[in-house]
Design a protein around this ligand. Structure first.
Ligand code: ADP
Ligand code: ZN
Length: 434
């Protein structure tokens, strides 16, 4: 099912024309209404009259997460505060949070793109959706909420946490879809199993999962545990929260809502645009935002874009699954390591749960790389020899994938903390030593 066929299946040339008109408009807007943008464009020697179409986008300077911190809280608004009806913020890792302001029209665009996602997941007015993303400054809860209301579905705005109540409501209210982070879905799956309710008590069929990277292996694990079909939804606070991108029934990449968010892929080190299909850093320009439009915003997310039409009929570009951000990547003993690589190995190994925790440190000038992995109850034994064998085999499997030898610590079932929102799986102690 397609929510907005006119746009989602629009001929590429027409889409580019639309993007061109919108780009010109948004560049005018920031130039005239937002001092930092005007200054930066002047420094780069570009004015709105240099932007005649979407192909001129490369002339514009980038915007970074640091800019959002430097101009915290309202310095990058292009609308007066009287037009701003909602604030959201993302945690950010250090220092000040990143704050965004949305106008009434921004909210309506958000619920439009959200409706496209849910419709692609096969949801409609007869369906009940349990929104277990956090409500509040985080965009997940309210973003998914508006999408459900827009398609005319029934929303259960339960927010994250309170796992026992989640299960009771899901069962009693017959939720067909669950919207939350993939890591919370894993946690809920375990808790549902432990609750003793038979699967037939639940109507659950669809997962609306995003807000953090998750592997194909994790998808299969969650699908099997919950007996559902799991779809990816992508978003980020700075651009719009959930609804920037979504999977269709083909699950052949994440379609991006390019009529509102123009994507580019650049070299993460040099910022140079990369040829179609290359893997690199995703950059977005918001084409219709009023409150806080962002021009060429560097997301730090690493992926590739594919422009051939999808079998679902949509022409919107398809993005590869995001395996991490440039800032998630660990460099250990000179080797690049993504936590998602460990996740894939654990999902494939039947003796382990996909719960793990990485601690990196530097001792005597050498990087240490410890991975705590959780053994499934049926494999957790007092037999020392058996456990050592298990440890050896998983160490070997991880080493094969990441290229360095991990120091694996097997831990008891359920001893790694479960996440109700975005999971945190890495502690890099080296950052405190520099
Ligand atoms: P924070 O930067 O504090 O995590 P956000 O909530 O804005 O704040 O998070 C957005 C980021 O979450 C994205 O840039 C991306 O790294 C990650 N993300 C969101 N959705 C997905 C998804 N479906 N797949 C992979 N990563 C995702
Ligand atoms: Zn498709």
């Amino acid at each position: 099912m397609i929510w907005n066929e006119t746009v989602e299946c629009m001929d590429r040339q027409r889409l580019r024309d639309l993007q061109s008109v919108r780009l010109k408009r948004v560049v005018e807007r920031v130039y005239h209404n937002c001092e930092p943008y005007r200054k930066r464009m002047q420094e780069a020697g570009v004015s709105p009259s240099d932007i005649n179409g979407i192909e001129d986008i490369h002339k514009l300077p980038f915007t970074s997460k640091q800019d959002l911190r430097d101009y915290y809280p309202y310095g990058l608004l292009s609308s007066p505060l009287s037009e701003i009806v909602r604030i959201h913020a993302s945690s950010g890792t250090t220092g000040k949070p990143i704050v965004v302001g949305l106008t009434r029209n921004d909210l309506s665009v958000w619920s439009e793109v959200g409706a496209r996602c849910l419709t692609a997941f096969g949801l409609g007015k007869n369906d009940t959706v349990q929104v277990a993303y956090g409500y509040g400054l985080f965009t997940g809860g309210l973003g998914a909420h508006a999408a459900v209301e827009n398609i005319g579905g029934t929303v259960i705005p339960i927010s994250s946490g309170n796992t026992q109540k989640q299960i009771m409501m899901m069962r009693d209210l017959g939720a067909k879809a669950l919207a939350c982070t993939p890591s919370y879905a894993m946690y809920l799956a375990e808790a549902m199993e432990a609750s003793g309710y038979p699967r037939e008590d639940f109507q659950l069929r669809v997962g609306v999962f995003g807000a953090e990277p998750w592997t194909e292996e994790m998808r299969r694990t969650i699908e099997a545990k919950l007996n559902i079909k799991a779809y990816d939804i992508y978003g980020l606070t700075e651009i719009m929260g959930p609804g920037v991108g979504y999977e269709c029934e083909c699950q052949h990449g994440t379609h991006l809502n390019e009529d509102h968010f123009f994507p580019e892929i650049v070299d993460p080190d040099t910022g140079e645009p990369l040829p179609e299909g290359s893997h690199g850093e995703l950059v977005f320009t918001t084409l219709t935002k009023e409150g806080m439009p962002l021009i060429r915003f560097r997301t730090h997310d690493l992926t590739a874009l594919h422009y051939e039409k999808c079998a679902c009929g949509r022409t919107l570009v398809r993005m590869d699954k995001i395996m991490g951000r440039c800032d998630d990547m660990l460099i250990v003993r000179g080797v690049n390591v993504f936590p998602s690589q460990i996740e894939s190995v654990l999902c494939e190994a039947e003796e382990f749960e996909p719960h793990f925790f990485i601690t990196v440190d530097r001792v005597n000038n050498t990087d240490t790389f410890e991975v705590k992995v959780e053994v499934k109850p049926e494999y957790y034994k007092d037999d020392m020899k058996g456990m050592l064998e298990l440890k050896k085999s998983i160490t070997h499997k991880i080493q094969n994938v990441i290229g360095i030898m991990p120091d694996v610590k097997l831990v008891e079932p359920r001893s790694i903390e479960r996440s109700e929102g975005k999971v945190k799986r890495v502690l890099d102690k080296r950052v405190f030593k520099n």
